[in-house]
Structure formats: structure tokens, C-alpha cells
Design a protein around this ligand. Structure first.
Ligand SMILES: [Zn+2]
Length: 139
């Protein structure tokens, strides 16, 4: 059985995020009013409620705040990839985002470890999903 993983469903707030991802860029929202940055994309700053927001490009580097290894996936599509890692990643730019840790040695990931964004193809329309890979001495 080969069930495709879900593809992004952009909305008015997230469309620029997914467009950037399809260009292999990780972006987050930056509030010009209070200077805070946030993730997920939304039209108002969650800190000060300003709508004076801009997109900024991220380095793609972050560290693992927490993670879990999923052995029993909730759906058949993800069951094909189990076991897999879901993680909260603290980006260098500040926001904390939710993603998978993928690639070699992903299941050995540790809290505090450095990770680097990578882009996982999804679907047939060129969509790319920001995910993270462990940063090892070899890379
Ligand atoms: Zn703000």
C-alpha cells in the first residue's frame, strides 16, 4: 500500500510561507510594531495584535526543544513512515516550530541538538514541506 502523505493547504495567512517553502526558503513573520517573530503564519502579531508584519528569511538552523518518536501512527499514510520523529524546533530567529526530524540517524535525535532545515517533497504540484535534519560533524 502506498498512500501519499498530506500536502499543504495554503490559506490567506500561510500562502507566502508555502510559496517560500516551494522555493526551498524557510520564512517566518516579523512584527514591525514590537519586533517579535512568530510561527505559525497569521495576520496579527500574537504578542501585540499589530497587523504591521513582514516576512523574513530564516537561516534554517535551530535546536531541538523537545521531540517524540511515533511508533504507532494515527493514520495509514503516516503509518508507512513509522517510526518517525516529531519535534519542536527553536529557530535561530526565535520562533518555535513543529516539524519532523528526518534523514540519517533521525531516531537518535536528542533535546538541545542542532538541526538544519530540509525540504521534503509532497504531492505532485511541487509542494515542499520544511522538515529538519540533525547536524552532525560530517555535515
Ligand atoms: Zn507585535
Amino acid at each position: 500500500m502506498d498512500i501519499p502523505l498530506p500536502t499543504p493547504e495554503p490559506n490567506a495567512d500561510s500562502r507566502p510561507y508555502w510559496q517560500a517553502a516551494s522555493e526551498r526558503r524557510l520564512v517566518v513573520r516579523h512584527c514591525r510594531a514590537c519586533g517579535k517573530r512568530h510561527f505559525m503564519p497569521r495576520s496579527l502579531c500574537p504578542t501585540c495584535w499589530s497587523d504591521d508584519l513582514e516576512w523574513i528569511d530564516c537561516s534554517g538552523r535551530g535546536s531541538v526543544y523537545s521531540f517524540s518518536i511515533v511508533y504507532r501512527a494515527p493514520t495509514l499514510d503516516f503509518a508507512q513512515t513509522a517510526p518517525y520523529v516529531i519535534a519542536l524546533v527553536d529557530l535561530e530567529e526565535g520562533p518555535r516550530m513543529f516539524a519532523n526530524v528526518v534523514g540519517p540517524g533521525a531516531l537518535e535525535v536528542r533535546i538541545g541538538e542542532l538541526v538544519q532545515v530540509t525540504f521534503e517533497p509532497r504531492g505532485t504540484d511541487g509542494a515542499l514541506m520544511p522538515q529538519f535534519m540533525r547536524v552532525t560533524e560530517a555535515s
